[in-house]
Each structure stands twice: as structure tokens, then as C-alpha cells.
Design a binder for this molecule. Structure first.
Ligand code: 5AD
Ligand code: SF4
Length: 436
């Protein structure tokens, strides 16, 4: 039998890309490729890129530069660029970096095997009529007991700073039946936790025979599947948190008490300039309702500092919002002008000012994260073991609240869902003892 060919995939950016990379690996698997964890012995290198901030985009070009000696030594090595930079820059990538053989956008990657079979430079950044998911091989659970499942793609929100509506296209929800069958398939392969993914996952409105379903309805139906113990979803927009979804946080035990709910800024003027279509008070009210439904929920958010025109007082409004909400975790970014977005037309604020604000916000976020971890000490939580830890007899998994937890449990197996009591907190994880 011929040696299988080797595929190295590097994934940048969000969890949607992690999911897409798995699906591309499966598609190439049907062509006789197996994945490898180094580019050195690969027959094909695929970089699945992110365009969200300038730094993320530039990373592609420095990584391509580093691949040049490999390509010089082995001209047969195929190099592909997938994801949002591929979509945004298309053949420009090959002009700048002629070593790139294939450029494929996020809506066309089911055609990757065909592109890889062809000779010469290949570019496919279509938004095809057909649904790529119908043209991909069956899922393989590749990450143990947890899996991502993309239910929705694209975005119609057009936040003034964001490239996603341009690179990922308009909001599309996958039909209910397909999602349920993909979920069943994952469960049959040992998956116990599914994270439903979408750029605006709570705007989900997938077609079913009985009319469109909301995300809440989808979650309630998944919760009835035997063997599925945990459900999460990300990323959400505050304006799409409907009553039923909020209620589900209170009455669906499988829906885990962690919610990523980006607000971006705490200033009403900046929120308006960002085209977020909600105020800070709307957000506070929403947080109150979610916490009323599920008091122990941990919230996380994304923040952008240094949006064009942001004043010191407006930045202080963001700090104030963070203090008032109290997050379990948060992600903060310095504003990065993205070509083609409305905000990119506006003059930027001084880089030093934005840097100082980012540092100040990150100090607060880190302190809150630490406080949320410390508050877990002494509590009983569920942990799903994902892999053995570094120490002998140790297991690592995620708690209900998405904290990484280390447990000494020599006879345990990956995929077990256990109850633990948290005994300590360090910078990025908790330690715990198993109680059942
Ligand atoms: N500059 C900085 N951060 C951005 N994000 C999106 N676009 C930009 C940009 N142009 C951040 C937002 C979003 C997260 C995924 O990335 O906070 O929620
Ligand atoms: Fe980008 Fe806003 Fe859409 Fe999120 S909601 S993907 S930040 S445009």
C-alpha cells in the first residue's frame, strides 16, 4: 500500500477556524492524507488564517516566509492558504508570495481536494450556491470527548470595525436536521460535550419542517439526546439573547453556566459609533436577566480599546462597565483599522494612548479572572476529563464554568465526567479532588 500523504494544518484565530480545519483535514483524509504535527515532513501545508486584526493577518506572511526553505528543497510541497485572509486578499496572496499553490475561502473549502489535485496556482474565494457541509465527509471526533459543531456562519450586524461580514459573508443558519444528525454522529463517537458555533450563534434560525427554529429550541432538543451531557454555544450578540434562550440557562441542566457575551465598549457614544445598536444600560439589564435565570453563570466578553475618537472619559466608561458586571474572563484588543470597514475611514487615536488603555483594562480583567477562580475554591463542580495531565496519575478537564482543572485520579479515563471539590487556584487553572 502506498504511504499516506501528510498534511500539516496551522489554525489561526477563532473556534470557527478550529472547526473548519478539522473539516478540511477530514476532506483531505478522503484523498489519502493523514495529519502531521510538523511542516517538515508534510506533503501539504495548509494555513487557516484570520483577518480580524492587522497583526493576525501579518502573521500569515511571516509564516509563509518561514516555509520558503522547505518549498525550495521540495518543490512538490503544496502550500495552501485558507480562511479569512484567503477570502479578503484572494490572488493577491500569490502575487506577494508565489510559493502559495492554493488560496481557498471559508465558504469554498469543500473544494480543497479538487484544488489540491490540480496543477498550477489555484484560487477559489466563491460564495457557492451549494452548501459546503453537504459536500464534506462524515465527522471524525478528533478532540476527545468535546467537539465543536458549526450551526451558523457569517454576520449581518456590520459593526463598524469588523471584517467578518465581508470575509464570512451574510448570516446563514444550517438546517436543523443536519445539525441533529451531526450531533448524533459525534455522540456515537464518544463526544459528551458539544459547543455550538457561529459568528452570531444566538441569531440562529435554522429551517425545520415545522418552520424556523431558534437556538434555544435547538439546545432544548439536543439536551434530550442520550449521551450528551454538556452544551455550550459561542459567540453571542447581546441583541439576540431572546427570552427562551435566557430561560434555557435556568432550566436546561446540560447548558453549562458560562456565556461569552461581547459588549466591546462601555460608552454609549462609542457603542453607537461602532454600530452595536444597544446601550450600556441595555447590556446591564440583559446581564441582570441572565443572572436571574442562572445565578452562578460566569460571563466573558470582548473589548476594543482605542476605537477612533475614544476619549479618556469614554474609556473610563468601559472600565466602569467591567467593574460593574464582573467577568470570569475577558479578551481585550487594541483597535486595528481593517481595510473596507467604515471605522477605517476615521482618524486613529494615538498608539501610545491606546497601548496604555489596553494595559489598564487588561490589569482589571486579569484581577477579575483571578477573583473568579479564587471564588471557586471549596465549591463542588463537574469536570469532563479531556486528557492526561503532565504529572503521573493526573487528569485535566474543563469545569462546568470552563475553568481548566487538574485532578489526581490515577484510574480515571479520558471522557469521564466526574464531580470534584476545588482545592486551589493558580494563574490559569484550578486543582481539585474527585468526590464522585
Ligand atoms: N480591531 C480590534 N479588535 C477587533 N475585533 C473585531 N474587529 C476588530 C478590530 N478591527 C475583536 C472584537 C471581536 C473579537 C472577535 O475581535 O472584540 O468581538
Ligand atoms: Fe463582527 Fe460585530 Fe458581526 Fe461580531 S457582531 S462578527 S463583531 S460585525
Amino acid at each position: 500500500m502506498a504511504e499516506p500523504k501528510k498534511l500539516f494544518i496551522k489554525t489561526y484565530g477563532c473556534q470557527m477556524n478550529v472547526y473548519d480545519s478539522e473539516r478540511m483535514a477530514e476532506a483531505m483524509g478522503a484523498e489519502g492524507y493523514v495529519t502531521t504535527d510538523t511542516p517538515d515532513d508534510a506533503d501539504m501545508v495548509l494555513l487557516n488564517t484570520c483577518h480580524i486584526r492587522e497583526k493576525a493577518s501579518e502573521k500569515l506572511y511571516s509564516d509563509l516566509g518561514r516555509l520558503r526553505p522547505l518549498k525550495d528543497a521540495r518543490p512538490d510541497l503544496k502550500i495552501g492558504v485558507a480562511g479569512c485572509v484567503a477570502q479578503a486578499e484572494g490572488e493577491e496572496i500569490q502575487r506577494r508570495m508565489p510559493l502559495v499553490d492554493i488560496v481557498v475561502g471559508p465558504q469554498a473549502y469543500h473544494r480543497l481536494p479538487a484544488l489540491a489535485r490540480n496543477k498550477g496556482p489555484q484560487v477559489d474565494t466563491d460564495f457557492p450556491e451549494e452548501d459546503k457541509f453537504d459536500h464534506l465527509p462524515q465527522r471524525k471526533a478528533m478532540r476527545g470527548p468535546t467537539a465543536f459543531l458549526t450551526v451558523q456562519e457569517g454576520c449581518d450586524k456590520f459593526c463598524a470595525f469588523c471584517v467578518v461580514p465581508y470575509t464570512r459573508g451574510a448570516e446563514v443558519s444550517r438546517p436543523v436536521a443536519r445539525i441533529l444528525s451531526e450531533a448524533r454522529d459525534l455522540i456515537s463517537r464518544g463526544v459528551r460535550e458539544i459547543t455550538l458555533l457561529g459568528q452570531n450563534v444566538n441569531a440562529y434560525h435554522g429551517a425545520a419542517e415545522t418552520g424556523d427554529w431558534t437556538l434555544a429550541r435547538l439546545i432544548r432538543t439536543l439536551a434530550e439526546m442520550d449521551g450528551l451531557d454538556r452544551i455550550r454555544y459561542t459567540t453571542s450578540h447581546p441583541n439576540d439573547m431572546d427570552d427562551d434562550l435566557i430561560a434555557a440557562h435556568g432550566d436546561v441542566p446540560q447548558l453549562m453556566p458560562y456565556l461569552h457575551l461581547p459588549v466591546q465598549s462601555g460608552s454609549d457614544r462609542i457603542l453607537k459609533a461602532m454600530n452595536r445598536k444597544h446601550t450600556r444600560d441595555d447590556y446591564f439589564r440583559l446581564v441582570d436577566r441572565i443572572r436571574a435565570a442562572r445565578p452562578d453563570i460566569l460571563l466573558s466578553s470582548d473589548f476594543i480599546v482605542g476605537f477612533p475618537g475614544e476619549t479618556d472619559a469614554e474609556f473610563e466608561d468601559t472600565m466602569d462597565l467591567v467593574r460593574r458586571v464582573g467577568y470570569g474572563q475577558s479578551f481585550s484588543f487594541k483597535y486595528s483599522a481593517r481595510p473596507g470597514t467604515p471605522a477605517a475611514e476615521k482618524p486613529e487615536i494615538e498608539a501610545q494612548v491606546a497601548d496604555a488603555r489596553l494595559q489598564e483594562l487588561q490589569r482589571l480583567i486579569t484581577a477579575q479572572q483571578r477573583a473568579a477562580q479564587d471564588a471557586m475554591v471549596g465549591r463542588e463542580v463537574g469536570v469532563l476529563y479531556e486528557k492526561p495531565g503532565r504529572l503521573p496519575g493526573q487528569m485535566v478537564g474543563k469545569s462546568d464554568h470552563l475553568h481548566a482543572v487538574h485532578v489526581t485520579d490515577p484510574d480515571a479515563k479520558v471522557g469521564e465526567l466526574v464531580r470534584v471539590r476545588v482545592t486551589g487556584a493558580v494563574t490559569n487553572s484550578l486543582s481539585a479532588i474527585r468526590i464522585s
